[in-house]
Design a protein around this ligand. Structure first.
Ligand SMILES: [Zn+2]
Length: 388
């Protein structure tokens, strides 16, 4: 199957071309040889983007399908139990109407540490929605257990390691968390196994501990430094120095909304402040040169898979990033930081994971929500009224 998308504006992951043709040949993007094609798509007034990569999700039954329908062609899962992960991987391998995924598998946390309180709190209905995502899971009681823990994740096929640095201070409910020695041992074992390490850390102090341990990325931006607090600039400079990336998850800070204290990280300041603080963190990290990756923390509840990513892009624009910077944070940047060399850009030879939208998201990010078609591994899924 050869498809030519004609006369379309292209954002290739880094820069924009006003009007060109793009050839999809089987599962890949090809150099256009001008030869015959099986189908043509009129790109007039539309923009072609690399398929979106949501750099922080939690997969569950139905999630990957929802994601693809909003143009998210790859999800980077940050915690998933083995039976669920095996099922989602099988889906992603066998079907082209669902997003692809990479996963941390079981995250590393202290016994009784975050997110044990969430797992324990899930009722039967929520556990069913999670698809056996709830229940007991491996934890790490000390540095001596780090190597065995990482070896078990490697055996499960984890693509990277997620570590939890969260003492509960921000939610007002103290919890056990990994100590410095255990964190350092986990990072060392993961790096020896060829796995990058991403840290769940929400406060400036927790992010500091994650940086000290040598992690490669942050799964959230910090949310406890208000505009005007010099701690944000100092921490951003340290993060830049360490060469880490940060996943933004503004949609998550917006979604926690405050009703559920187990999910709220806003302290007495309240969740509204968590979002404005997080948006401030995005700005200072960006100014400091820390690579930002768009991610949502999508889960079975809120933010939703797919739709949450569209919201994330708008929130990043509102935080002050230019539209092309936001689009790169949702495509080329996560691909680069997670070693996904076959996607995230539009170039010959790369996997044909593509998103076609009405309008020009390089000027107005809301246009990403006006998708007409998505291609996943070269298979076209018409979406909007104008794409049918
Ligand atoms: Zn998460």
């Amino acid at each position: 199957m050869r498809t030519r998308i004609r006369g379309v504006r292209v954002f290739d992951g880094a820069s924009t071309t006003a009007r060109t043709d793009v050839l999809v040949d089987g599962p890949v993007i090809a150099a256009d040889d001008g030869g015959p094609v099986d189908a043509e798509v009129d790109g007039t007034g539309r923009t072609l983007l690399p398929g979106l990569i949501d750099a922080h999700t939690h997969v569950f039954d139905g999630g990957l399908e929802l994601a693809l329908r909003s143009g998210v062609t790859t999800e980077l899962d940050m915690f998933c139990l083995p039976p669920n992960l095996a099922r989602q991987r099988r889906l992603a391998a066998e079907r082209d109407d669902v997003a692809d995924l990479r996963s941390a598998g079981v995250l590393a946390t202290a016994p009784g540490g975050h997110p044990s309180q969430l797992m324990d709190a899930f009722g039967a209905e929520e556990a069913a929605a999670l698809g056996d995502g709830a229940g007991a899971f491996d934890t790490v009681a000390g540095a001596g257990q780090a190597r065995a823990f990482v070896a078990a994740r490697v055996a499960e096929g984890a693509d990277y390691l997620k570590v939890v640095v969260d003492d509960g201070a921000l939610s007002g409910a103290r919890r056990p968390t990994l100590d410095a020695a255990t964190l350092a041992a986990l990072v060392e074992a993961a790096h020896d196994a060829g796995l990058a390490v991403v840290a769940h850390a929400l406060s400036a102090a927790e992010v500091g501990a994650a940086l000290d341990a040598g992690v490669d990325g942050l799964a959230h931006v910090f949310c406890d430094a208000a505009p005007g607090d010099p701690a944000a600039e100092e921490l951003a400079a340290r993060a830049a120095d360490h060469g880490v990336f940060a996943v933004t998850t503004l949609a998550y800070f917006e979604a926690i909304g405050g009703s559920d204290p187990d999910h709220a990280h806003g302290d007495a300041a309240g969740p509204g402040d968590a979002l404005s603080n997080a948006a401030h963190a995005v700005r200072v990290l960006h100014r400091a040169g820390v690579p930002l990756l768009a991610g949502t923390d999508a889960n079975p509840f809120a933010p939703a898979h797919g739709a949450g990513m569209l919201r994330e892009l708008v929130l990043l624009g509102a935080a002050g990033l230019a539209p092309e910077e936001v689009l790169a944070a949702a495509t080329a940047e996560p691909a680069r930081r997670f070693g996904l060399t076959d996607r995230g850009r539009i170039a010959p030879g790369l996997r044909a994971d593509l998103l076609l939208v009405d309008g020009d998201p390089t000027r107005d990010l809301a246009a990403v929500g006006r998708a007409t078609d998505v291609w996943r591994r070269g298979v076209r899924l018409p979406l909007g009224p104008s794409g049918r």
